[in-house]
Design a protein around this ligand. Structure first.
Ligand code: HEM
Ligand code: HEM
Ligand SMILES: [Fe+2]
Length: 458
């Protein structure tokens, strides 16, 4: 089935830019792992310093994921609201503005133009352009929905997630002289994004995709949306406290953060359960098998990366030893990949065949790319985890120096490099598959494709 509304096509350039930035993010990640695993010549360190490349890696991550969500929204909203996008010109303008600002920020980092706060390094003037891009996006989506007057629970959830995301970003824009206050608000962006606003977006998109590919009734997915959102907000908001243990905030955060964030795995668990309930509804009816695999993998890896790996270091008694170590990095990778990289891939694999206008496509490359990235990211997450446990013991339990710990950890960073290279191969296959599936399907159009031969209807 090709796209139903012409303006859905605007999603295509968003996805292409997102995929390019994703690939660049991986290159920067491998460089970071090399910097940890080997002692590099000083000239190289000065040319591409760790801090700059880390800013590249994480800012590219945030940018490609946001562009993926925005493209996904432009793809979903016309079908949900049964109307064209208010203005595709504005959508183009917004894409160019955000991409240009992102590139300018990356070049700026190379010359030391940075605010220095991890993940939110972008300096003030460029931040204003990002805020403008976000406003244009919200205006465009808001006007589409207002004109269509066809409200659904899924749209409402998606829009609240997007508005919350934009509002929270504003708290990270000023620089507060008092460092405790600065970090206090930094977490409003970082934590309340991934454990609040982005979870709303995930719930809405997953509900929509499940409805589309399994044919489960809207009533059923919407019923779960209410419960999930309620629980996410209840646990995620107060769960912010798990970042306030050691920044100079009042003591009560130890209890609030510990208790509420320990409850955070529940809404995620519910999401997995809910997904599996829907699988029962229509086992044979699922058409796009790659999306189906991705939906299930996303719900399980979300639970492992965010729920389990988040939970293991969230209690103050444990976090006292692991705070800011590679245990955190292990959780960061597994959670971001499990919840949000896989969510983006779900959107891409649902939308791309339709944007290419193909009825059926071969699923072998999609499955192959997915499994390679999944296995390499799991190995990488575990290697970071082992390095983190060594680090916590050597530095925090035995009280030895930073470099003594690093020397013991280097082997595990070598494992990270190998896993990272494999991940790059998997991602290469996925990008090739997504971008060329239209051309290949048309070239094969004479051939008869069947499900058993590994083809999927869209
Ligand atoms: C595949 C190759 C990759 C490699 C080799 C890699 C490696 C690294 C390294 C070495 C760091 C620095 C950790 C530190 O500061 O101590 C880092 C940070 C980070 N990476 Fe990756 N990465 C890769 C892919 C990814 C992907 C696919 C994602 C997300 C889906 C991701 C998300 C992050 C995040 C969120 C951080 C910051 C973590 C924190 O502050 O704790 N990375 N990465
Ligand atoms: C999909 C959702 C999630 C994502 C993408 C995510 C990502 C991250 C990242 C990137 C960091 C490192 C930030 C930094 O210091 O630079 C972090 C820290 C942390 N996360 Fe998560 N997280 C998620 C959900 C959770 C959940 C559900 C829990 C608890 C059950 C949790 C517990 C923690 C804790 C305790 C830290 C602080 C670690 C430290 O003290 O160094 N996270 N998370
Ligand atoms: Fe958090």
């Amino acid at each position: 089935m090709p796209v139903t509304y012409k303006s859905q096509r605007i999603a295509y350039p968003y996805f292409v830019v997102a995929l390019c930035l994703f690939a660049l993010q991986i290159v920067a990640g491998i460089w970071l792992a090399i910097s940890y695993a080997f002692t590099l010549p000083q000239g190289l360190v000065e040319a591409l310093p760790f801090s700059t490349m880390r800013a590249f890696h994480t800012n590219l991550l945030v940018l490609w994921m946001l562009l993926g969500f925005m493209g996904g929204t432009y793809f979903m909203v016309p079908e949900e609201s049964k109307s064209e996008i208010f203005s595709t010109k504005l959508a183009w303008f917004q894409l160019i503005l955000l991409t240009a600002t992102g590139v300018a920020a990356l070049v700026g980092f190379l010359f030391g133009w940075t605010k220095g706060r991890p993940l939110l390094e972008i300096p003030f003037p460029l931040n204003m352009l990002i805020v403008l891009g976000a406003l244009v996006f919200l205006f465009n989506i808001g006007m589409t929905l207002l004109k269509a007057r066809n409200w659904t629970m899924i749209q409402g959830t998606l829009l609240s997630g997007l508005v919350l995301l934009a509002l929270l970003y504003l708290f990270g824009v000023p620089f507060y002289k008092n460092l405790s206050i600065d970090w206090y608000y930094w977490w409003w962006v970082i934590h309340l994004w991934v454990e609040g606003a982005w979870e709303l977006i995930t719930s809405a998109i997953m509900a929509w995709v499940l409805m589309r590919i399994t044919g489960v009734e809207r009533k059923t997915v919407e019923k779960w949306l209410y419960v999930e959102i309620g629980l996410f907000m209840f646990t995620g908001l107060a769960g912010t406290g798990h970042h306030y243990y050691w920044i100079g905030a009042p003591d009560y955060w130890l209890a609030v953060g510990g208790i509420f964030s320990a409850l955070e795995p529940f809404p995620i668990l519910l999401m997995v359960w809910d997904t599996f309930q829907h699988t029962k509804h229509s086992k044979s009816g699922v058409t796009n098998k790659v999306v189906w695999t991705l939906v299930i993998a996303c719900s399980i890896m979300h639970l492992i990366g965010a729920g389990v790996f988040g939970f293991i270091h969230t209690l103050p008694q444990v976090n006292y030893y692991t705070h800011g170590s590679q245990v955190t990095v292990s959780h960061g990778h597994l959670a971001f990949y499990g919840a949000y990289a896989l969510l983006n891939l779900t959107i891409f694999y649902y939308a791309f065949p339709r944007l290419h206008g193909v009825e059926r496509f071969r699923t072998n490359l999609g499955h192959l790319g997915f499994w390679i990235t999944l296995i390499s990211m799991s190995v990488m997450g575990l290697a970071f985890g082992v390095a983190g446990v060594i680090q916590s013991y050597v530095e925090r339990v035995f009280g030895l120096g930073f470099m003594t710990a690093q020397a013991q950890m280097q082997l595990w960073f070598k494992v990270v490099i190998v896993a990272g290279l494999c991940f790059a191969v998997g991602l290469g296959i996925i990008i090739y598959d997504l971008l060329s599936m239209g051309r290949r399907a048309r070239a094969e159009s004479g051939a008869v494709l069947t499900q058993s031969k590994g083809a999927a209807a869209v």
